[in-house]
Design a protein around this ligand. Structure first.
Ligand code: LLP
Length: 419
């Protein structure tokens, strides 16, 4: 459930007409609903309430906006970060360092050092080599880094290949067969406190059976490690729960997910950790765009909008579907292609789709754009970096300004020898 709905024939975010925001801020613009974010955060937490000890670390990569992080901090969420930049955002939002999990396959020495100094709560190690390096850094600083070992369970998440992470050929984690040995060797290093295991098999998961298989494998590995006399007090089960992108899509709910987790892990005697991203932010945001013009095509008309693949990369990158709705629908529909202005054929949001009838100057939204939307935006074709707005009841605020092409141009220089 979200708080984007028609009110007297016009699309609102909570109590604010999207047209008001578009008029004042311009388009394209991302709009987030505070009530939806809070609701999703609470629903996800509630779905895990049968578990004895839970830590939820919001996957910052899905939406790193400072206001979004601040809101989730106030809901008691920690953060799952994958770079020093994300770590600093989480800390700036008021998330305690102890509640931050540092993931990522390529943490640099500089990042590891900064994170140890900041007192980050858990490092999810992606390799033995990384663990050895982190141990040396921590020992030199006279500190101890709490760690989980990320394991690649070789389970197919049955999601899009580009967002699948738990197959043996993926770059993530250590192989299942080598994990217990690596865990034991890293446990012996001063500077590290090996306290658990981590797994994450992919994103936009729409079938919970692969997750269940992965959790079962992790439970068996946990027992094997404990049988070797080592402690396992934390098990990080990652994120990945999918969300409906199409009206009417039936996806497993947070309750379904919580039930699967509980059926496997309730009695593990650990703190269970989670890294949800999309399920919290996905349906909490829309991308508002204006129709530049409607151009005649061969089979269908092209609806050319002022948002492009640089603003919302998911359709171009993953053939992702985002529902497209007119802000003031006239009640009629037509079959059209929806495209952006960028000079690439991949700048296509939909082909031959039945959508609300729109004309030049009309406003429309791409739904389910709160996750992996603004954060993946870039300035290709020397376009602006898209702004972000948060709505809260009757009020709203710009929470990330549009960065104009002129600002980016100003950061570039022509060297003397070219002048
Ligand atoms: N934990 C780890 C270790 C991850 O790699 C990810 C996502 C998450 C948690 C959060 O997953 P979520 O709950 O959001 O599914 N850009 C792609 C998605 C990439 C996901 C990368 N990792 C997209 O737009 O679909």
């Amino acid at each position: 459930m979200d708080h984007f709905a028609l009110n007297n024939g016009e699309l609102f975010a909570e109590n604010v007409p999207l047209a008001d925001i578009a008029r004042e801020v311009g388009t394209p613009v991302y709009v987030y609903s505070r009530a939806t974010l809070s609701r999703h955060a609470r629903v996800f937490r509630e779905a895990l309430s049968a578990l004895p000890s839970v830590h939820i670390a919001f996957a910052v990569k899905s939406n790193p906006n400072l206001a979004v992080l601040r809101l989730l901090a106030s809901e008691g969420y920690g953060a799952d970060v994958v770079s020093e930049g994300e770590m600093n955002r989480a800390l700036a939002a008021g998330i305690p360092a102890a509640d931050v999990v540092f993931s990522g396959v390529g943490k640099t020495r500089r990042e590891l050092t900064a994170a140890v100094k900041a007192g980050i709560g858990q490092f999810n190690l992606e390799s033995e080599e990384e663990g050895v390096e982190l141990a040396a850094i921590a020992a030199e600083l006279g500190l101890v880094a709490s760690c989980a070992l990320r394991v690649n369970p070789d389970v197919d998440a049955r999601t899009h290949a580009k967002i699948s992470t738990g197959k043996a050929e993926n770059k993530f984690g250590v192989s299942y067969d080598r994990a217990a040995g690596i865990y034991a060797r890293l446990s012996a290093l001063p500077g590290l406190d090996m306290r658990g295991l981590a797994v994450h098999i992919g994103s936009q998961i729409s079938d919970l059976e692969p997750s269940r298989q992965a959790f079962l494998k992790m439970g068996a590995l946990m027992e094997e490690i404990r049988a070797g006399g080592l402690k396992v007090t934390h098990m990080d089960l990652g994120g990945g729960l999918g969300v409906p992108y199409k009206a009417g899509d039936a996806l497993p709910t947070p309750e379904d997910y919580g039930a699967v987790v509980a059926s496997v892990a309730r009695d593990w005697g650990v703190t269970l950790m989670f890294e949800p991203g999309r399920v919290i932010t996905g349906n909490s945001g829309v991308l508002v765009t204006e129709v530049v013009r409607v151009k005649q095509g061969t089979a269908n008309p092209f609806v050319v909008v002022d948002a492009a693949m640089n603003d919302l990369a998911r359709p171009a990158m993953y053939d992702a579907w985002h529902d497209f709705l007119a802000v003031k629908p006239n009640g009629r529909t037509f079959t059209a292609n929806i495209v952006g202005p960028i000079c690439e054929s991949s700048d296509t949001f939909a082909m031959g789709r039945e959508i609300d009838e729109v004309a030049a100057g009309d406003l429309a939204v791409f739904r389910t754009a709160g996750a992996y939307g603004a954060t993946m935006a870039n300035t290709y074709n020397s376009r602006a970096l898209v702004p972000e707005v948060m709505v809260d009841g009757d009020k709203w605020a710009v929470v990330a300004e549009r960065i104009e092409p002129a600002t980016i141009l100003a950061a570039e220089t022509v060297p003397d020898w070219l002048k």
